[in-house]
Write a protein that binds this ligand. Sequence first.
Ligand code: PRP
Length: 183
Amino acid sequence: MNKSIPNAIERVLLDEETITARVRELAAQISADYAGLDDLVLVGVLKGAFIFMADLARRLTVAHHVDFIALSSYNRDAVSTGAVRLIMDTRTSVTGRNVLVVEDILDTGHTLDYLVRTFRARNPASLRTCVLISKPERRQVKVPIDYLGFEIPNEWVVGYGLDYADRFRTLPYIGVLKREVYE
Ligand code: PRP
C-alpha cells in the first residue's frame, strides 16, 4: 500500500522504484567488493539510516552483521562547528573487523567525519562509508564516500528515513519539503 503524499511535500524527488533500483546496485557492488572477506559489519547511524540500512542489508549476498550507533549534534548551531555527541555506541567491538558505515544523508559532513575518525581509532581491519544521499553544496568537511546513492541539490528532503522535526521518516519516497513548513 502506497502512502499518499502529504500536503507538506512540494514534490517527489526520488520515487520508490528509483530508490529500490539504486539500493540494489549498491548492494551488488558491496557484495562483490567484500566477497571472500570475513566479518563485515554494517554500522547504521540512527535514526535516519534505519530504512536504508534494512533495505541494503537484505540485498547483500555476503555474510554480514548489523550494528547501530546514535549521534546527535549539541544544538542546531553546533552542526556547523562539528560538535557531535555520541548517544549510543555500537553493541559489539569493531576492532579487526571490516566496517561499513551506513548513513542516510551527508550534509555538512561533520557527522560522518566524526564517525570515520572515531572508528579509525578503534583499528578496524577496513573502514568504508556508504551514503544514500549527498548534498555537495552543503559540505564543510571533506569526507570519503565509498558508496553513494544519489547527489541532490540543496533542498530540504524527507522520507525513506529522513525527517523534519522527526516527522515524515516513513514515507516510502524521498520528497522535497515545502519551504513554508520549515521557514
Ligand atoms: C542527519 C543524518 C546524518 C547527519 C548529516 O542526522 O542522518 O547523520 O544529519 O548531517 P551532517 O553531514 O551535516 O553532519 P540528524 O542529526 O538529523 O539525526 P537523525 O538521523 O536522528 O534524524
